[in-house]
Design a protein around this ligand. Structure first.
Ligand SMILES: NC(=O)c1ccc[n+]([C@@H]2O[C@H](COP(=O)([O-])OP(=O)(O)OC[C@H]3O[C@@H](n4cnc5c(N)ncnc54)[C@H](O)[C@@H]3O)[C@@H](O)[C@H]2O)c1
Length: 253
């Protein structure tokens, strides 16, 4: 099926790389006008490669004023905001004995506060322009624990419950914003390549990450993007506050 989000206007964070980039490309292919954002200026090139009317904008998701500027700018130029995909995120390995407070706070600032700021700015705009759909990229680490991801698990668990609270608020007719979280296991992106490096960069490290899922392989960005597309589109019009896995069976054990 094509044009599953025809005529919709979307913002995607973390769109210079990995899952965010894949989601932006998928939404654009299916008919949305996409504003790609990232703190990495390469997002401008990724947006340019998609071609007009798509566009890449530099935004650090921890920048409160920056968020409002971007949302106001999108509504001024495109007339509305229908979709927000919060994919920007960082992951630092560390168990509770070795994780540092600095890394914990950094993950919280990007993974939780960034999502909070984005949702808040988007709900305000969506409410004025007929409603919308927000998709927050959490992780299986927000559902099941990993001893070596103390801060990351905490941040992704927070995204799960933040999403549900927004969904409750958005269910009011006067707001009309759906909000769902997506929980991938290890997906083949630069973030996971970085984790494999931090684990020694050996074949064994790659194998360990691939074998985490019963299906025995890493997920592909496109496999996450299809779920995000469904949640962003009107096909999922009765789905809100849901936590959806795309994890090769990891959480089914
Ligand atoms: N790859 C996986 O296995 C996996 C699994 C579960 C969840 N996730 C989540 O999916 C999301 C995307 O991860 P990915 O694998 O595509 O990672 P990635 O590193 O490939 O991409 C993340 C993007 O976020 C951007 N970013 C980081 N901090 C930012 C900030 N402060 N402001 C704006 N942009 C910022 C980076 O510049 C980068 O372009 C993250 O939230 C991650 O936690 C990833």
């Amino acid at each position: 099926m094509a044009n599953r989000v025809e005529g919709k206007v979307a913002i995607v964070t973390g769109a210079a790389s990995g899952i965010g980039r894949g989601c932006a490309e998928m939404l654009a292919r299916e008919g949305a006008r996409v504003f790609l954002t990232d703190r990495d200026p390469r997002v401008v090139d990724v947006g340019a490669a998609l071609g007009a009317p798509h566009e890449g904008l530099v935004l650090d998701v921890t920048d409160e004023a920056g968020w409002q500027r971007v949302v106001d700018d999108v509504v001024a130029r495109a007339g509305k905001l229908d979709i927000l995909v919060n994919s920007a995120g960082i992951g630092v390995l560390g168990d509770i004995e070795h994780a540092t407070l600095k890394e914990f706070r950094l993950m919280y600032a990007v993974n939780v506060e960034g999502v909070f700021l984005g949702c808040r700015a988007a709900v305000g705009a969506m409410k004025q322009t007929g409603g919308g759909s927000i998709v927050n990229i959490s992780s299986v680490a927000g559902l099941v624990a990993d001893p070596n991801l103390a801060g990351y698990c905490a941040s992704k668990g927070a995204v799960r419950m933040l999403t549900k609270s927004i969904a409750m608020h958005g269910a009011r007719k006067s707001v009309n914003v759906r909000c769902n979280s997506v929980h991938p296991s290890f997906i083949d992106t630069p973030m996971v390549a970085g984790m494999a490096e931090a684990m020694g960069g050996t074949d064994g490290a790659h194998e360990k990450l691939a074998k985490a899922a019963p299906m025995g392989r890493l997920g592909r960005v496109e496999e996450v993007a299809y779920l995000v597309l469904y949640l962003a589109s009107d096909e999922s019009s009765f789905t809100t506050g849901a936590e959806m896995v795309v994890d090769g069976g990891l959480t089914a054990r």
